[in-house]
Design a binder for this molecule. Structure first.
Ligand SMILES: Cc1cc2nc3c(=O)[nH]c(=O)nc-3n(C[C@H](O)[C@H](O)[C@H](O)COP(=O)(O)OP(=O)(O)OC[C@H]3O[C@@H](n4cnc5c(N)ncnc54)[C@H](O)[C@@H]3O)c2cc1C
Length: 553
């Protein structure tokens, strides 16, 4: 059977939509199936991490996210109704990202932005199409799909992405294990208006006895907020993953749980969405089986502590899409090694998120009397005094924002290797300005490969033109577009193709200085360094690009 799309995607949640947008941008044909009639209308995941915003910036969609969201300027921690700590988020100490703040965007808006983009690219999600079975062979994957009328058809593609959420059929059909357990604690959630004597534009954490609740300001202001209150549910260590998810909850119940934790008089009104949400922490053993891949909640589910869930799924998609594009378009040797790196790079990230959210969640929601008392006393005081230090704030933000994720465990710390400074292979390419209103992220756009050449040594006009000519002739990894840039001090007149460096920030961020006056970086579409050299060795760069993604890696 002939493939009717190059990549089949099961699930049009945030992960599936992002994968579809990125693959389509790479010129790959996709079909996206979702069993639901409509896009989700619940607010679900709220936190948008800086790394996710950088991905939206890369796609030119950051403005829409910022317009749809609310920037959180700080948090407050309350103990027994008394404010104990003020945590400022306005100065998080990171200059290597344009998004040095936490942003709240309801998941339905994030999905709507991706949905609009996918439609703009000419792809419609095939709704009311439930995937019921799959089979794969040496050449591709075949899905059985049940349409709205109950009739079953087949769809064929070269590769499959299972982005079908916590209850993933793809995961089950691939025989992947989903090790983990349910939490004894669940959540009561409500998007509503809060009437109370406190401020309403802050993230607030309330601790009282065993009760804990969080208030998130929602876009639009005027007291609209997401309330989350932890709730002890019957522990059932044998519960299957099917019990993960939400059911409606009466607003009065959320109000009662919130009041118990907040310790102040309050009323909740105008509920937009309420839920009793049961959480598991689980992860698959493998992200790839042959031509099929799992991503997002299909691969990892965890507590909402730290706002990592949806963000991790979006980054899974960003890591996988270009590898599939390269596998599909490359002429020449097989790309098996490159496709395996999806598991190699993203599985440890999923495991780390599981571990960290588990520690945070278990500590925050402990039901032991003595632990809760100690937590209530220590947590606000410790957080308040530690986050007072700019260095601690910057470190905490680096971790939570996912900016710190890298893909090379054995890499020397940047700054300790033979070439001091600059991101090593496997590390995120940072932002930095090189002139007024011009920065590196302004160059690294469009989810494509980029070659960044830096020259701290001043170049004459003819030198700059020569380098630009050679950059323009660089080979693209087949099928994935390559863009090249020269950021340089120019001693001659302006060259339309070279970026004149007027400040040293970009040189510093990329380790270029008096001792290393020139450098060359190949940046992957997902914003990580694929290769680098501390000379302008374009022949070596070309050799790397020629081999990249081939089986010889
Ligand atoms: C009630 C609730 C509250 C939540 N609250 C938070 C929160 O506060 N913070 C947080 O970080 N996260 C929260 N989450 C989790 C967050 O929503 C997920 O991390 C995120 O949605 C994962 O995105 P995804 O695209 O991987 O999967 P999903 O969003 O689950 O999307 C999967 C899609 O696949 C479709 N699908 C499934 N099976 C099939 C099939 N066989 N055939 C065709 N289509 C199929 C589904 O219809 C769905 O549209 C919440 C989730 C729920 C359910």
């Amino acid at each position: 059977m002939k493939p009717d799309a190059e990549v089949l995607i099961v699930g049009a949640g945030p992960t599936g939509l992002m994968a579809a947008v990125l693959l389509t941008r790479c010129g790959i044909t996709v079909r996206v199936f979702d069993k639901n009639t409509q896009q989700a209308h619940e607010s679900r995941a709220l936190a948008i991490q800086a790394r996710t915003l950088e991905l939206f910036l890369n796609l030119g969609l950051d403005r829409r996210m910022l317009d749809a969201g609310v920037i959180v300027h700080g948090a407050q921690m309350y103990e027994n109704g008394q404010r104990r700590a003020e945590l400022p988020f306005d100065d998080l100490g990171r200059t290597d990202t344009p998004f040095s703040f936490p942003l709240i965007v309801p998941q339905r808006d994030t999905e709507a932005i991706l949905h609009d983009e996918l439609r703009r690219l000419g792809v419609e999600v095939e709704r009311q199409n439930e995937v019921t079975d799959l089979a794969q062979d040496a050449d591709g994957v075949t899905l059985r799909v049940r349409g709205a009328d109950g009739a079953e058809t087949e769809a064929r593609g070269a590769y499959l992405i299972g982005a079908d959420g916590a209850h993933s059929l793809v995961r089950k059909k691939l025989g992947l294990t989903f090790a983990g357990a349910p939490y004894a604690q669940g959540f009561l959630l409500a998007d509503c208006r809060v009437q109370w004597p406190l401020e309403d534009d802050r993230l607030m954490i309330f601790l009282k006895g065993k009760h804990i609740a969080i208030h998130f300001p929602l876009p639009g202001g005027e007291g609209r907020a997401r309330i989350m209150a932890a709730q002890l549910t019957e522990p059932d260590a044998h519960a299957t993953v099917e019990s993960q998810g939400g059911t409606d909850a009466p607003l009065s119940e959320v109000e009662e749980a919130f009041r118990a934790a907040a310790g102040v008089d309050l009323t909740l009104t105008e509920p937009g969405w309420t839920s009793r949400y049961r959480v598991h922490h689980r992860g698959v053993d493998r992200y790839r089986v042959g031509r099929a891949f799992v991503a997002g909640d299909a691969a990892h589910i965890h507590s909402p502590a730290g706002g990592q869930g949806m963000n991790t799924g979006l980054q899974d998609a960003a890591n996988l899409a270009w590898k599939l594009a390269l596998a599909l378009r490359r002429v020449g040797p097989a790309t098996e090694g490159l496709l395996d790196t999806y598991h190699d790079e993203r599985w440890p990230v999923g495991q780390r998120v599981l571990k960290y959210t588990d520690t945070l969640f278990s500590g925050m929601t402990s039901q032991s009397d003595w632990f809760a008392a100690a937590r209530n006393f220590i947590a606000p005081r410790l957080a308040g005094s530690l986050l007072h230090f700019p260095g601690v704030r910057a470190k905490a933000f680096h971790f939570i924002s996912q900016l710190g994720i890298h893909y090379k465990d054995d890499a020397p710390d940047p700054g300790k290797g033979p070439w001091k400074g600059g991101p090593d292979v496997g590390y995120r390419a940072p932002n930095a300005s090189y002139a007024r209103n011009r920065d590196v992220f302004g160059l690294l756009t469009g989810y494509r490969f980029h070659v960044l050449a830096f020259s701290w040594r001043a170049l004459s006009s003819s030198e700059a033109a020569g380098i630009c000519d050679r950059l323009a002739a660089l080979l693209s990894p087949v099928g994935v577009t390559l863009q090249t840039h020269l950021v340089a001090r120019l001693s001659g007149g302006p060259d339309a193709r070279a970026q004149r460096a007027e400040s040293g920030a970009a040189f510093e961020a990329y380790g270029v200085d008096h001792d290393t006056p020139q450098a060359l970086y190949v940046i992957r579409p997902d914003g990580y360094v694929a290769w680098r050299s501390n000379t302008l060795d374009l022949t070596a760069a070309e050799g790397f690009l020629r081999e990249y993604g081939s089986g010889s890696e």
